[in-house]
Design a protein around this ligand. Sequence first.
Ligand code: HEM
Ligand SMILES: [Ca+2]
Length: 243
Amino acid sequence: MGDAPDQAAAKTATPRAPVTIERPVPTKLDFDRPYMARALEAVDAEHPEGTPGYNNDGYTVLQLHVHYFDRNNDGIIYPWETYAGLRRVGFNVILSFISALLINLALSYATLPYWIPNPLFPIYVSKIHKAKHGSDTGVYDTEGRFVPNKFEELWTKFPKTHQNKLTFKELMGMTAALRVALDPFGWIANKFEWSLTYLLAKDEDGLVSKEKVRGVFDGSLFYQVEIARTNKAFSERQGKLKK
Ligand code: HEM
Ligand SMILES: [Ca+2]
């Protein structure tokens, strides 16, 4: 009955669980040790060295994701720093204010190096791995590394209409698919993270590319967006001066 054991052992899908057919996993990845979680660089098939020219400064990929928000570089992210960072990447006053409150309220306590809650809701970059929640992609491991294989899985499982790009619907389908049982905190947090990602990373056609998402994971996209916005503002000001 069924496959010979050696063939069966290599199967990645079965009709008895149609979801394994609908959401296929990568079967071949042509870069160095995709299974090996990387501390410093968000490595994928197209970027086996990570993000060139982006100084990781010895921070884990998850630390890099939040380090952008620690402008004064003291290792602590206060709500007003989160707010300022969200504004810099282009979110409006209302969304930035609500998001900053939610992020710091939800994540602060888990990252504190002491037991007493801090009413200023600081987030400690050194302990950011403790703020991981359920129903996520698993691309960050529990220590805050980046797992290339898990990242690649997103791009075989969830895009249905464009290669290596997700529509809004597909992205929301992904957050629904990532839900694990009895984890309302994780469900909401994940939906929130991927909604912000959509707003930040979508192109003119409303698609979110693999490369932009990789940039969200290692935080490099935040810097890119800020630089692009500053240049635009600068050239607009110059345009005004010329008139
Ligand atoms: C524009 C702003 C932001 C965007 C677009 C964003 C997006 C994301 C995304 C897509 C993930 C991966 C979720 C998954 O694996 O399913 C994530 C994870 C995470 N983010 Fe953000 N984020 C932003 C700001 C922040 C800020 C300000 C903080 C804290 C200071 C933060 C802390 C985290 C943490 C701790 C995780 C790990 C959660 C987990 O995987 O369980 N993020 N974020
Ligand atoms: Ca700070």
